[in-house]
Design a protein around this ligand. Structure first.
Ligand SMILES: [Zn+2]
Ligand SMILES: [Zn+2]
Length: 79
């Protein structure tokens, strides 16, 4: 079986989810590029003030700090 036929077999629901993630990532990269990096890395809320205490680069809101940290710690790189 060719790889391309496997991809076309994936259910539309899964593909739609993939697109949503892509849009979300692009939106966040756009924010960072425009100098606004103070948004919750988990839910995307703007002007949040809880900062990662290790790298001081990632921000989270009060509601997401625990959930967000679980994901963030995988790529947290203190400088
Ligand atoms: Zn949040
Ligand atoms: Zn961090």
């Amino acid at each position: 079986m060719k790889l391309s036929s496997k991809i076309t077999l994936s259910p539309p629901r899964v593909r739609a989810h993939g697109d949503a993630v892509k849009v979300m990532v692009l939106e966040r990269l756009g924010k960072i590029a425009s100098g606004n990096d103070q948004f919750c890395r988990y839910c995307g809320k703007d002007k949040v003030n809880l900062q990662c205490s290790r790298c001081k680069k990632a921000y989270f809101c009060q509601e997401c700090v625990n959930q967000g940290w679980k994901y963030h710690k995988r790529w947290c790189q203190p400088s």
